[in-house]
Write a protein of this length. Structure first.
Length: 543
């Protein structure tokens, strides 16, 4: 389609919104709508390409068909003065045009809704392509935005774009492409749970795998060794970073893509769901001039997000904050970030050594994986630096003994460690379909509470399986449950005595330490999550 220009000039040919848009619509004799219904436009323009009309062209001129029938087409626009754009749609459809004026945001939402429908159609119709040449062709340039795929693209390119777009629209954190003997399976991880999405014919496997590897800049000829890569793209206007990992299996290469939505990252410490007293404690710890604060938990428990939120909380012009990460997941303004590179032997330990020569006030180490990194981090904390890092342990007390097991002397651990924050992610109940109920005595005991001390037994449980908001799961999104073990004099004495983590934990509980399960129980009674989620995510607290 041609690029239209307003006959009134660039000065007035601009998107409008709010009160200005309403006034302009009234002046032009057009209807203004604050919120568009879900669009259902005609998809058969006589002249023109619907993909572009409801894609790149529509985004550029903020004009898109949202409804209509054989007699007319309804068009929404945020630029009603661009009469040439509207005239081009009249020519494309060869029907009268009814114009609705709305905000740029509403037009963009309508375009994204249409693209979701188009991408879903393509995802389900991959097998409709009967050209083997097309199926085997994994070449092609990466689009700026995957939702702008054209019909001229090879079916495999459109299919992979559709999978990525569908994963983003369904809030998936990971996409698994798994080869088996006779099928290629695609699964999404949503809110920590894997779901089957598609099962494709084995003949499509080489082209799909190659296409993803091309997008990630990987060697498509190397199929015997694991590879790691990265894809940076836009999905419906949002910047998304995708980490790609491939491993060889007996039936071919297996791919996992982790989606990192840069615009959706929670980098505000107050939004992490940390209980108020623990939040105040953590905020106070972050003001310390030196020492180590560790965040622990299994892979995928949100440790890195918590560290980023902590850095955002203390990020000020008078502080020199440096990080060494693997990989850099989100870019923080005003923070010097380095990424490790094993190919050139740039490890956490060597990166940390380099950081200490850069006069830092605060240091963040993505993960303490070995004794060398732990030793350097502790020495850094003892020489006047606040060090933040993560450790893979089951609970907060386990981090203490893990450092000792790595070869760090107990007196160094006790003198440098300030606190350990342990966390898990539990699924959040869907607000649209959750249902009220009563908690049973058995469930109360499972949460580590004496039933006689419970004054109200009302809780909420997952709702019906037909709710579109949560795709019938009963859950939408996740929230954290946390525990903070402060290294006080009692814990320091136990570290020096080389006591095990269970003893340290049991002693702390007797002194009022709030465990992961206790925090989870609070969130159950607040109606945020379910009993099942908390029990699944937290371990026995030995209380």
């Amino acid at each position: 389609m041609n690029t239209p220009n307003s006959p009134l000039g660039d000065a007035v040919a601009a998107p409008v919104a709010g009160a200005q848009g309403k006034v302009l619509a009234q002046f032009l004799g057009m209807q203004y709508v604050d919120k568009l219904p879900d669009p259902s436009p005609p998809r058969n323009p006589v002249r023109g390409d619907f993909d572009r009309i409801a894609g790149s062209w529509g985004r550029q001129f903020l004009t898109v068909p949202v409804g209509g029938d054989d007699s007319h087409v309804v068009v929404a626009t945020a630029d009603p003065l661009n009469v040439e754009a509207i005239d081009q749609l009249r020519v494309c459809y060869e029907r009268p045009i009814k114009v609705l004026v709305t905000s740029p945001e509403e037009v963009t939402k309508a375009i994204n809704h249409i693209r979701t429908s188009l991408m879903s159609d393509r995802s389900s119709n991959l097998a409709d392509s009967d050209s083997k040449d097309d199926r085997d062709d994994a070449s092609g340039q990466l689009k700026i935005d995957v939702t702008d795929s054209d019909d001229d693209d090879a079916p495999i390119i459109r299919y992979v774009n559709a999978i990525i777009f569908k994963a983003s629209s369904e809030r998936a954190s990971d996409v698994h492409i798994e080869p088996f003997e006779d099928r290629l399976k695609v699964r999404f991880r949503v809110d920590g749970v894997l779901y089957d999405v598609a099962s494709e014919d084995k003949s499509f496997q080489p082209a799909i795998i190659s296409r993803v590897k091309v997008m990630a800049g990987l060697n498509i000829a190397e199929k015997r060794l694991p590879q790691d890569g990265r894809i940076g793209l836009k999905i419906a206007g949002k910047d998304v970073d995708i980490r790609v990992s491939t491993v060889p299996t007996q039936f071919g290469e297996r791919i996992v893509m982790r989606l990192l939505d840069k615009s959706g990252a929670v980098l505000d410490i107050a939004q992490l769901g940390i209980e108020e007293s623990n939040l105040k404690l953590l905020t106070k710890l972050l003001q310390k001039p030196n020492g180590i604060v560790l965040v622990t938990g299994p892979t995928g428990s949100g440790k890195t997000t918590t560290l980023y939120a902590c850095l955002t909380n203390i990020n000020k012009p008078d502080l020199n904050i440096l990080t060494v990460e693997d990989p850099i997941e989100y870019q923080l303004d005003g923070v010097g970030q380095m990424q490790v590179n094993s190919k050139i032997d740039f490890t956490f330990a060597s990166g940390l050594r380099a950081i200490l020569r850069q006069d830092p006030d605060v240091v963040m180490v993505g993960e303490i994986r070995d004794g060398e990194t732990a030793e350097i981090a502790i020495q850094a904390s003892l020489t006047g630096h606040l060090v933040l890092s993560t450790l893979h342990t089951n609970d907060s007390a386990g981090a203490v003994t893990r450092l000792v097991d790595m070869g760090v002397e107990p007196f160094l651990v006790s003198s440098s460690l300030l606190a350990v924050l342990a966390q898990r992610l539990v699924r959040r109940l869907c607000k649209q379909c959750k249902v009220a109920g009563e908690i049973t005595d058995e469930e109360i005991r499972e949460l580590g509470i004496d039933p006689s001390k419970v004054t109200s037994r009302q809780i909420f449980r997952p709702g019906n399986t037909q709710c579109p908001t949560c795709q019938g799961t009963g859950y939408t999104g996740r929230l954290g449950i946390h525990e903070i073990l402060v290294i006080d004099d009692e814990v320091r004495a136990q570290i020096l005595q080389r006591m095990d983590s269970n003893s340290i934990r049991t002693s702390a509980i007797k002194r009022g330490f709030s465990t992961l399960r206790m925090d989870g129980a609070r969130k159950v009674f607040m109606g945020q999550t379910s009993v099942e989620e908390v029990i699944l995510a937290s371990h026995d607290d030995f209380a």
